[in-house]
Design a protein around this ligand. Sequence first.
Ligand code: FAD
Length: 350
Amino acid sequence: MTNTTTHKTDVVIIGAGPVGLFAVFELGLVDLKCHLIDILPVVGGQCAELYPQKPIYDIPAFPSITGQELTDNLMEQIKPFDPVFHLGQMAIGVEKIGTDENGVDIWQVKTDIGTVIECKCIVISAGGGSFVPKKPPIQGIEEYEGKSVFYSVRDMEKFRNKKIVVAGGGDSALDWANNLAPISKSLTLVHRRDDFRGHPASVNEMRDKVSKDEMSLEIAQIKGLNGKNGNLESILLKHKEKGEYEIPCDMLLPFYGLTMTLGPVKDFGCELHKDTLIKVDTEKFETSIPQIFSIGDINYYSGKLKLILSGFHESALMAQKAFSYCNPDKKLLFQYTTSSSSLQKKLNVK
Ligand code: FAD
């Protein structure tokens, strides 16, 4: 599919994860219009793709909110600013195409299906870059993918009353084993050694459930899959001493981590940290290229924490500087949403 339309806007945001979405809000408050590009067909980044139904406990003022609820709330919050989304497309290049009458550079962002967007500022909020699940090296697994083998959980109901096997030893495997066990017919966690990389609290919860027979633990490797027409019936395991044996399985969830690659963002010309992250300052979160900012998981500065709340803070400071590039002759007034009637007007609450 190709799309040859050229759009014009103030800011192009590359990556519609939680941080890219909140950037629309902060940029909207200073009257900047945004277009967002994301490879995924849905917004929400890791929250929507990797843990939509898991509760997050460290979003300020939300004691508990799932990844999907957070995404939905952000979409509601940015509605007044009418952002334009270009989903299912990868940003593949940025190019300076000139300068305006004030000497501010004009940039062009291109996607892999031919969308071209002209803008004054670019915000790279590409998270871990293009993230793809690491697949287990099991022959014929493709036949079952999307039917009975899944690399993420979009809808927990799909797994209700099923014989589930979760494979892996990290946080995702432990969290999903713990969360799905109560609604499953049976749940087995398979890991190749009795040593888990996940958070100690999740490991303890898993061991507690195993001791109460609420789930099973198999220390083994997955050797093969058995089933028909993409529907699993059992999986073949191999244990060092026990040898090979089968366990029943309707649904297999391998969580062997994600391969994160910066992808095309790596070649945009911004100075990188260890070849995987984009270096920014901590005053305005600008990269080594003026007018190109980077916020969220993809940026690097001393003391960086890859948390959603860090990305939200970065968005607010970035927006102040983006405003000055787009309005070199205007001074930005610092205002509170609680008391500024002009901000309330923009938010359609006045
Ligand atoms: P992302 O969410 O990674 O979104 C980036 C988006 O950019 C993606 O949608 C990607 O498709 C897109 N993209 C990348 N490259 C391109 C390109 N070239 N063109 C177009 N689009 C592109 N954080 C917390 O604060 N609290 C928690 O409790 C918490 N729990 C977590 C649990 C799990 C299992 C995981 C995996 C993460 C957790 N995190 C948590 C981390 C949190 O999800 C990230 O900090 C957050 O998603 C970062 O947001 P982001 O918008 O920077 O990037």
